[in-house]
Unconditional design. Sequence first.
Length: 280
Amino acid sequence: MVSRRMIGTAAGFALAAAASAATPAAAQGASGESTFERIRRTKKLRTAAVAGAAPYYHKDLASGKWSGFYIDLVTALAEELEAELELSETTWGNAVLDLQSNKIDIFFGLNPTPKRALVIDFSVPCFSNAFSFIAKKGFEPKTWDELNKPEMRISTDVGSSQDQVATRLLPKAQISRFKSVDEATMAVQAGRVDAQCLVMMLALTAVKKNPNVGHVVVPQPVFATTSNAGFRREQDKTWRDFVNTWIEFNKGLGFVRSVILKNMELVGISESDFPPGITL
């Protein structure tokens, strides 16, 4: 007898296989031109940024100018390619769709999850980032088990890596999903939830900006992810391989680390603010 679970699993593998088979042809288009070839021909590099995500991305509302360490990295990458940088705005949840639809060529700041890996490719890691929580005042959870209870109210931003982690590790908790990171943070401050699941870099930034929102906790055991660049999946891997070489070369020179630390300092964060045992 075939169980429903087996049927569902088989269907999932079939869907993944179909997506993998269909994506490369669609991505490279009728002309067969790869992403790398198009960038070299047009001298334009397309990417996107997320508002309110300092120190990754920050948009000055008065001038419209973007800053952040991923802006610095992708700007340096464009200079290496002698290409003009074309920047659009997106959300964490929509970034993968922007890659799939050929709206952008690369997006920095994606955590490589199995679900995302079904449809896009990833670069080598830029740095490591622990999953943490912004907890309301007086709430001091020490472990993930303490958070995985029916009475626990957790907020997260829909479609993000922290949304997927909270869904996977906190199945008993009440999870409220919001459109943006800021909205999920406001839910903590307003007392509508007990804590917000968020990667540590963003959690430290939010609390530094507004100490009244709560405090950062990293529950045990520590679960961490890496922050990588994402690419549209295509048969020609030259673009991905070039970016991997560029990242590794610049990590070796200390450029990637210096850019991260510089932008952390701009939002008032230093490595000394990291919880004990947590590093980049």
